[in-house]
Design a protein around this ligand. Structure first.
Ligand code: HBI
Ligand code: FE
Length: 288
């Protein structure tokens, strides 16, 4: 991850928010949004959890151009009490959790350039808004995101942020969900990426393992490339129940000193949907 600033930059409020300045976007920037949107909208149906497409429709994200956060927040507020606010980039964990705990999703306002079309270090507005916002219109997922924020504030007090960051990474960013005709995508990092939307579901390389909170909190993750393991939740209801019903303090205590699990590992009591070949990661290592 790019280095996080420690103090709000020039022009940002104390809570790190900045104006979106929607009227400043150029035709080229709107065009970039439309290009990325059209590419994902064409390939996601049938691959992404249906509630994601419902959210796109309900929030009128199907209309052309970069969404105006005020319009988006008005609709989102009616649906689940969430709003979208602009920030300059990655914000300190505590600031991030504080916003989520108050149903404010922090989003970048910049959009990637043509050179960055398939990979960029920092989340841009397409990752944050197309990837994360549609499911915030889903009541149960909206509750999960707020519970995550509240859990983050508590974890901060217990020095357990990196445990919780793994939960975020393997659900909100790179999660798969069980569906009658096989696992579907819902993680924002996947659905906002054309190539990873294919890789995460179709490629024989990565593991696909049933969600297990404790196991997942011990599992390392990749920030520089596709994941080598993806975790499949049974439902958003189950994910929310496990999060709000778990007393995290004893869970963190129990994890103290436990060995981290490598990204490619499969454990004896994993519920294995797919035992990956890891061909992709091995080929990358050889090429490196
Ligand atoms: N800041 N703007 C922004 N977006 C994020 O997704 C984000 C962040 N700060 C911290 C963070 N994510 C994660 O490290 C936490 O989930 C732990
Ligand atoms: Fe994200």
């Amino acid at each position: 991850m790019a280095t996080e600033l420690q103090f709000p930059p020039e022009g940002a409020a104390d809570d790190w928010t900045i104006p979106q300045d929607w009227q400043r976007y150029t035709a080229a920037e709107h065009g970039m949004w439309d290009h990325l949107f059209a590419r994902q909208a064409a390939m996601l149906p049938g691959r992404v959890v249906p509630e994601f497409m419902d959210g796109l429709d309900m929030l009128r994200m199907t209309k052309p151009g970069i969404p105006d956060f005020d319009e988006l927040s008005e609709r989102l507020m009616k649906a689940t009490g969430w709003q979208v606010v602009a920030v300059p980039g990655l914000v300190p964990d505590r600031v991030f959790f504080e916003h989520l705990a108050n149903r404010r999703f922090v989003a970048g306002r910049f959009i990637r350039t043509p050179e960055q079309i398939d990979y960029l270090q920092e989340p841009d507005i397409f990752h944050d808004v197309f990837g994360h916002v549609p499911l915030l219109a889903h009541p149960v997922f909206a509750d999960y995101m707020q519970a995550y924020g509240e859990g983050g504030l508590r974890a901060d007090g217990m020095g357990a942020i990196d445990r919780l960051a793994r939960l975020y990474w393997y659900t909100v960013e790179f999660g798969l969900i069980r569906h009658e005709d096989g696992p579907k995508l819902y993680g924002a990092g996947i659905v906002s990426s054309y190539a990873e939307s294919l890789f995460a579901l179709d490629d024989a390389s990565p593991n696909r393992i049933g969600f297990d909170l404790e196991r997942l909190m011990r599992t390392k993750y990749r920030i520089d490339d596709y994941q080598q393991s993806y975790f499949v939740i049974d439902s958003f209801e189950d994910l929310l129940r496990q999060t709000v019903e778990t007393d995290f303090a004893p869970l963190y205590a129990g994890l103290e000193g436990s060995e981290d699990i490598e990204v490619e590992a499969i454990l004896p009591d994993d519920r294995v949907y797919h035992h990956g070949t890891q061909d992709y990661a091995r080929a990358k290592k050889i090429a490196a």
